[in-house]
Design a protein around this ligand. Structure first.
Ligand code: ZN
Ligand code: ZN
Length: 138
């Protein structure tokens, strides 16, 4: 599996590692060999190799762009960065710590038709959509 040139972990700079996961060992997940950070959310824990690699690359890229998150185009509010951790069950039915960053829009009555089921939250992988929304409005 050495044919992939993976970006390093965005959290600690550690080397990305491809692991076989899942019942039949033919599914994959990419994680940091140093701090264990996963690109995948729980529901996406085990994927075909190329999908797992693609997910890692796109999520690392989203995190690298994080400082570029734009203020709300309607009210000008800056989104507040938050962090969440919880214990979930992964695809091998083992408990594992899930941690991710997200950005919260302040509750000030601003109406946003941003296409996100979570409403006023922007996640690492939807920052691009959020920023695009901003430029659509301006
Ligand atoms: Zn790491
Ligand atoms: Zn707003």
């Amino acid at each position: 599996m050495g044919e992939y040139e993976l970006k390093p972990c965005p959290k600690c700079g550690g080397k990305a590692e491809i692991r076989r996961v899942g019942e039949y060992r033919n599914l994959f997940a990419v994680m940091c060999s140093q701090c264990g950070w996963h690109a995948a959310k729980m529901s996406e824990g085990a994927l075909a190799l190329s999908d797992a690699v693609q997910l890692w690359e796109s999520r690392v890229e989203a995190i690298e762009n994080v400082s570029k998150i734009k203020p709300c185009p309607f009210c000008g509010a800056l989104l507040e960065k938050k962090h969440r951790e919880y214990w979930g069950t992964n695809s091998s039915k083992k408990k594992e710590l899930v941690s991710y960053d997200y950005w919260e829009h302040p509750l000030n009555g601003c109406i946003i038709d941003f296409a996100s089921p979570e409403g006023f939250y922007v996640y690492e992988d939807t920052i691009d959509d959020w920023n695009r929304r901003v430029s659509d409005v301006q």
